[in-house]
Design a protein. Structure first.
Length: 254
């Protein structure tokens, strides 16, 4: 049986410092994980990267590299992000303990991506929109920004704690009695595109208000992304879209 840790992917979005990539590899290995994904990152074949990685060169050697975040996420079933900056446009924030517990349970049957942003600017709003939810690590308000590798090791540690909590609690306290199998991110993105087209056909999304258009789609992505969709639910939404398209098509022909 596949270990749930093998389904956790730590995704660094446009990291700039080779040393931080090496330290992140070490942090992942320290906590028993192995999957590192790098999006538009500098070369890891440097002395600085190797020095900070210490004995985690195998993590660096097997790291998956991608030119875009979209490519990195297409085969993942669930996406969560990390951010210290809150805001109405940045989706739902939940405590680290609750978030990592949910990810731990979903990881038994799904590939999970945990996003970490740039050292200087974090994740952009459009990248936040890909996340089901966001986690923020409590820190000193006067100096809240953590080093990239520090943030990674804290999340990895909290994921490990989630496993330990389950072993000491009854199954009745689990968030999911039977963790669902979710569709991958690529399929979910295609569904969002189709839902957008259908909502435009229904004239629910106004043509003359780009702000409201964007706001509706942001909230829809946050809502469905936060819960994830099973194959059956995905098929249901596709059938609803098809039925609406057929009805509207027939009405326009008349």
């Amino acid at each position: 049986m596949k270990n749930w840790r093998d389904n956790i992917y730590f995704v660094l979005v446009e990291p700039t410092e080779p040393g931080n990539i090496g330290a992140t590899a070490r942090a992942i290995k320290n906590m028993g994980f192995k999957n590192l994904c790098l999006v538009n990152a500098p070369s890891v074949e440097t002395e600085e990267t190797a020095m900070f990685a210490h004995n985690a060169m195998d993590i660096l050697a097997s790291a998956e590299t991608y030119p875009t975040l979209k490519e990195a996420l297409k085969d993942k079933q669930y996406v969560a992000g990390t951010s210290r900056r809150r805001g109405r446009k940045r989706g739902a924030f939940i405590p680290v303990e609750e978030g990592t517990r949910q990810l731990y349970e979903l990881a038994s049957t799904n590939k999970i991506a945990v996003l970490f942003g740039r050292e200087s600017r974090g994740l952009f709003n459009e990248e936040i929109e890909e996340c089901g939810f966001l986690m923020t690590i409590p820190a000193n308000r006067e100096h809240p920004s953590l080093n990239l590798a520090q943030a990674v090791v804290i999340i990895a540690y909290e994921l490990s704690k989630a496993e330990n909590r389950e072993s000491s609690e009854s199954s009745g306290n689990l968030l999911f009695a039977n963790p669902p199998n979710l569709i991958n991110h690529k399929e979910l993105s295609h569904l969002f595109d189709r839902l957008e087209q259908v909502l435009q056909l229904l004239e629910y999304i106004p043509d003359d208000d780009p702000y409201l258009h964007k706001k509706i789609m942001q909230n829809l992505k946050h809502c469905l992304g936060r819960s994830g969709l099973t194959d059956w639910e995905f098929g249901m939404f596709q059938s609803i879209c098809k039925q609406i398209e057929n009805k509207l098509g027939g009405a326009k022909k008349k």
